[in-house]
Design a protein around this ligand. Structure first.
Ligand code: AMP
Length: 222
């Protein structure tokens, strides 16, 4: 069996993080931990956390670091994570979150941080056409819809545009990315954990690049 991995995937909204993380989590048999998906599940079931998070998420604003990292800490304690690793999608998003994550993982660390690089013009096009299953978060696009129109192929849920994929929220999310998340690239580079990958291409092409980068890091080049 392929060994597990401890991976963070960075990239702007629409860079393809969600799509790649799902595929990588199947390849390495480790859980895909998306803080956005966890928050949306809380919004859907109207938990106190979801009620607190919803307005900020809809506006495209980041949530407080401690709230996010408390949620991640609980998730990392679960047995399937501690035994094989994880793929973190959408977290860390600030240097404070990255520091808290390092503390949580100590004395161990991440294997690698992948930065998926895609030009802003292209992410805007991708976000405008992105459609997501309301129930299981499977990702589609207007050019690659589900087989039966807007019914999810995976779970039968309704496929629709995300409430924060509006023009206004997207520009706020991209601004938050530049201000808060882009500095993480240098932060992880200083710690020799970062690899920059071209995120332009088909999902299969980008997956190949990602696996090659992870295996190169472990010294098991394919
Ligand atoms: P995503 O699906 O990763 O784009 O996340 C959707 C929204 O959830 C973001 O726009 C934020 O409002 C919130 N969010 C998700 N992850 C984080 C995080 N690590 N830090 C702060 N806010 C987050």
């Amino acid at each position: 069996m392929t060994p597990g991995v401890r991976l963070v995937v960075l990239g702007k909204q629409g860079a393809g993080k969600g799509t790649q993380c799902v595929r990588l989590s199947h390849y390495y048999s480790v859980p895909h931990i998306s803080t956005g998906d966890m928050l949306r599940a809380n919004v859907k079931t109207r938990t106190p956390l979801g009620l607190e998070a919803q307005a900020r998420m809809d506006r495209g604003e980041l949530l407080p670091d401690t709230l996010i990292m408390d949620m991640v800490r609980e998730r990392l304690k679960e047995r399937n994570v501690s035994s094989r690793g994880f793929i973190l999608d959408g977290c860390p998003r600030t240097v404070v979150q990255a520091e808290l994550l390092q503390d949580m993982l100590a004395p161990s660390s991440l294997d690698l941080v992948i930065d998926l690089e895609v030009p802003t013009e292209l992410v805007l096009v991708r976000i405008a056409s992105r459609r997501v299953c309301k129930d299981c978060q499977a990702i589609y696009s207007t050019s690659e819809p589900p087989v039966v129109k807007w019914i999810c192929d995976v779970c039968g849920g309704m496929v629709q545009q995300r409430p924060d994929d509006t023009e206004e929220a997207v520009s706020r999310r991209l601004a938050a990315y530049e201000a808060e998340t882009a500095p993480l690239i240098g932060w992880y580079e200083d710690r020799e954990l970062l690899v920059r990958l071209d995120g332009v291409g088909t999902p299969d092409e980008v997956l190949e690049r990602s696996i090659a980068a992870i295996e190169a890091r472990r010294g098991t080049e394919r």
